[in-house]
Design a protein around this ligand. Structure first.
Ligand code: PDD
Length: 298
C-alpha cells in the first residue's frame, strides 16, 4: 500500500513529492493546515475543517487562492487513488514560493502551494494518556495565536518532547497567566463536581472541532458542561480527564504527572455516545454534504 500526495492538483507517491526550497512554508513555517478523517470516502466535519482553514489563513493575512470545490475534488481523487478505506488527510497551504528567502510579505508574490497528504487512518481513540503539565507555556494569543492552525508547531513539538523526556505520552501547556490550555495536538476536558469542563477559547487554544462537537453532544444529552478557566490544581482535583481530537476522538487520561487517575468510567460512556453520534452524523450530514460539494465541482 502506497501513500499518495497531491501537490497543486498533481497526484504523486508521497516519497517523490517535492516542494521548492524557497517555499515560505519550508523557510518560515508560513502555512496553515487541517487534519481530516475520511471514512469510506467521506470526510467528517468537512464544513468545520474548511472554515477553520480559512480562518487560520486569515489569521496569517492570507486569502485562500483555491476554491473549496477544487480542493474537495482533489481530496476525492487522491483518496480514491490511494484506496486506503479509511484515510488520514492533511491539507497544507503555504504562502507559496518567495521571490527571495526574505520574511517580508513583499517577496510573496507566487500562488499558494496546496499539498494534500493521504495515509491510512490510524486512530488513537480510547488509548490511555500519561499526561504531564509542562514548564513550556502555550504561545501567547498576542504572538502567534493558538487559534491559528499554522505550520509552525515548534512550541508544541518542544512541549511534547519535554513531557516525553519525563515519561509521559502527552503534555498540558499552561498559558502565560498560569491557566490550563490544551495538549500538544488535542483539547482537554475535566470532570469536576459532576460537570464536564473545558478551557474557554480565550485561554489561548485551538478551537477544536471535536471539542465543539462534544460540548454540543453533552448539552444535548442533558449533561452539565462548562467552558471555564482551569488551573493546575483543578486538573489535580479532577475526577476524570480526557483529551479529544480528530485522531483521538476521546482518549482517557490514565495518569497526571505520574499519579494514576481514579476513574475513567464517565469518559468511557461518553466515548461510546460520541462514536454513535459520529456514525449517525456521517450518514445523515457528512455524506450528503460531501456529495453535494463533489457534484458542484464538476
Ligand atoms: N490537531 N489542539 C491542537 C493544538 C491541535 O493541533 C488539535 C488537532 C486539536 C484538536 O482539534 P480537532 O478536534 O479539530 O482535531 C486541539 C490535529 C489532529 C493534528 O495536528 O494532528
Amino acid at each position: 500500500m502506497v501513500n499518495l500526495c497531491n501537490i497543486d492538483g498533481v497526484i504523486t507517491q508521497e516519497p517523490a513529492g517535492r516542494v521548492p526550497v524557497s517555499d515560505r512554508g519550508f523557510l518560515f513555517g508560513d502555512s496553515v493546515y487541517e487534519v481530516i478523517r475520511v471514512h469510506d470516502g467521506t470526510p467528517l466535519f468537512w464544513d468545520e475543517h474548511w472554515s477553520r482553514l480559512s480562518r487560520s489563513a486569515a489569521g496569517l493575512m492570507m486569502a485562500l487562492d483555491v476554491d473549496e470545490h477544487v480542493i474537495a475534488r482533489r481530496i476525492h481523487e487522491t483518496v480514491t487513488a490511494a484506496d486506503h478505506g479509511d484515510s488520514y488527510v492533511r491539507v497544507v497551504v503555504t504562502r507559496g514560493v518567495g521571490d527571495a528567502p526574505n520574511i517580508d510579505l513583499a517577496y510573496a508574490n507566487s500562488p499558494q502551494t496546496w499539498v494534500i497528504l493521504v495515509r491510512p487512518l490510524e486512530l488513537a481513540a480510547g488509548k490511555p494518556v500519561h499526561l504531564r503539565i509542562v514548564e513550556r507555556v502555550r504561545n501567547d494569543r498576542r504572538a502567534l495565536d493558538p487559534a491559528v492552525k499554522s505550520g509552525n508547531y515548534l512550541n508544541n513539538v518542544l512541549a511534547l518532547a519535554e513531557a516525553r523526556s519525563q515519561g509521559a505520552t502527552d503534555c498540558v501547556m499552561l498559558n502565560t497567566d498560569g491557566a490550563v490550555t490544551e495538549a500538544s495536538t488535542a483539547n482537554l476536558f475535566a470532570l469536576r463536581q459532576g460537570a464536564w469542563c473545558t478551557p474557554p477559547l480565550g485561554a489561548g487554544i485551538l478551537a477544536g472541532i471535536t471539542r465543539r462537537a462534544i460540548l454540543d453532544l453533552l448539552a444535548e444529552d442533558g449533561q452539565r458542561v462548562c467552558e471555564h478557566p482551569l488551573t493546575r490544581e483543578d486538573l489535580m482535583a479532577a475526577d476524570e480527564l480526557f483529551l479529544c481530537s480528530t485522531l483521538r476522538d476521546i482518549s482517557p487520561v490514565s495518569h497526571l504527572d505520574g499519579r494514576p487517575m481514579n476513574s475513567s468510567s464517565r469518559t468511557a460512556s461518553l466515548s461510546h455516545l460520541f462514536t454513535e453520534h459520529l456514525r449517525r452524523q456521517r450518514t445523515e450530514r457528512d455524506m450528503p454534504r460531501w456529495r453535494e460539494l463533489l457534484d458542484g465541482s464538476r
